[in-house]
Write a protein that binds this ligand. Structure first.
Ligand code: PMP
Length: 308
């Protein structure tokens, strides 16, 4: 998806022009994938832009960095202020926010420990990840022939740049075969997640999503949807799923910061349920988007207002 440029990017403590937020080609991260990042959204509310689950995203960013022994040279509070500052500087309302912490320039070789750590925070307007149409009509997905990286090779609890080359293989395969997105199985054959989304199924009005131990990312939208669904009275379980659970579901949907709640209408050329967005998915979308706009008192603490 093309990037809509904004004016400024926060780089190592100051705002710089969009075009000047560069890294050297010999930076460690370029060669060895040694970066950690987050994908965050801010939504338009009556009180101006509000960042969705900013605290949770920054906690995950710091956890990812810790796993790779990267010391982020700023406090969580400083990064929180920086996110607000860059949204304000770009005059954005609803937007996507991409903090990335990477091993920079100065050393070559796999050892990352002597390379500097650089921090960037970019923001830009970003629409529906899998297309506006997908939010209503759903996507067609394929179970990938590529397996998800195993926990003891590349730990899925970290959101590290290099780890995404696994999802890149799966995404390419699915697009070339004419699908919208891929879902990967783990080495045991259980469902993990999409290349950038967690997955849920609905059967007999019960929701099920794979446990984090299956090897999926501990998605922040996943957590919000579990809470919202339970508050609406649905039973939600975290259980291993096999591919046929998807084929036989009444409904299936993706969750993710970028994908929000996107219905899945087909898995491996089999219609899921009626082959279009189901009533539970629609109800969850309604509750989710109301919360992002600040309309739900119970979830008010999930928003950080940029201008207050
Ligand atoms: N799985 C993967 C592999 C992802 O990249 C993402 C996006 N961060 C997700 C799931 C969804 O996570 P979140 O809801 O925190 O965006």
């Amino acid at each position: 998806m093309p990037i809509t440029e904004a004016e400024k990017i926060w780089k190592d403590g100051a705002l710089v022009d969009w075009a000047d937020a560069n890294v050297h080609v010999l930076s460690h991260a370029v060669h060895y994938g040694s970066g950690v990042f987050e994908g965050i959204r801010a939504y338009a509310t009556e009180r101006g832009p509000a960042v969705w689950h900013l605290d949770e995203h920054l906690k995950r960013l710091f956890r990812s960095a810790k796993l790779y022994h990267m010391d982020i040279p700023y406090s969580v509070e400083a990064i929180t202020d920086a996110v607000r500052e860059v949204i304000r500087a770009n005059g954005l309302d609803a937007c996507y926010i991409r903090p990335v912490v990477l091993r920079g320039y100065g050393e070559m070789g796999v050892n990352p420990l002597n390379a500097p750590v650089n921090v960037f925070i970019a923001t830009w307007p970003w629409g529906a990840y899998l297309g506006e149409d997908a939010l209503e009509n759903g996507v067609r997905i394929k179970i990938s022939s590529w397996r998800r990286n195993t926990q003891n090779a590349l730990p899925s609890s970290a959101k590290a740049t290099g780890q995404y080359i696994n999802g890149v293989l799966a995404k390419i395969e699915s697009l070339k075969a004419g699908y919208d997105e891929a879902v990967m199985l783990n080495e045991q054959g259980y469902i993990t997640d999409g290349s950038g989304e967690n997955l849920f199924i609905v059967r007999d009005s019960r929701l099920t999503t794979p446990p984090i131990s299956a090897g999926c990312l501990d998605g922040i939208t996943r957590g919000s949807v579990i809470r919202i669904a339970r508050d609406l009275g649905y039973e939600v379980t975290e259980e291993n799923l096999v591919r046929t659970d998807l084929y036989n579901a009444d409904e299936c949907f993706f969750t993710g910061t970028a994908a929000e709640i996107t219905p899945v209408r087909e898995v491996d050329d089999r219609a899921v349920g009626e082959g279009h967005r189901g009533p539970v998915t629609k109800e969850l979308q309604g509750a989710f988007f109301a919360a992002t706009k600040g309309e739900t008192e119970a979830y008010a603490s999930w928003l950080t207002y940029v201008n207050e």
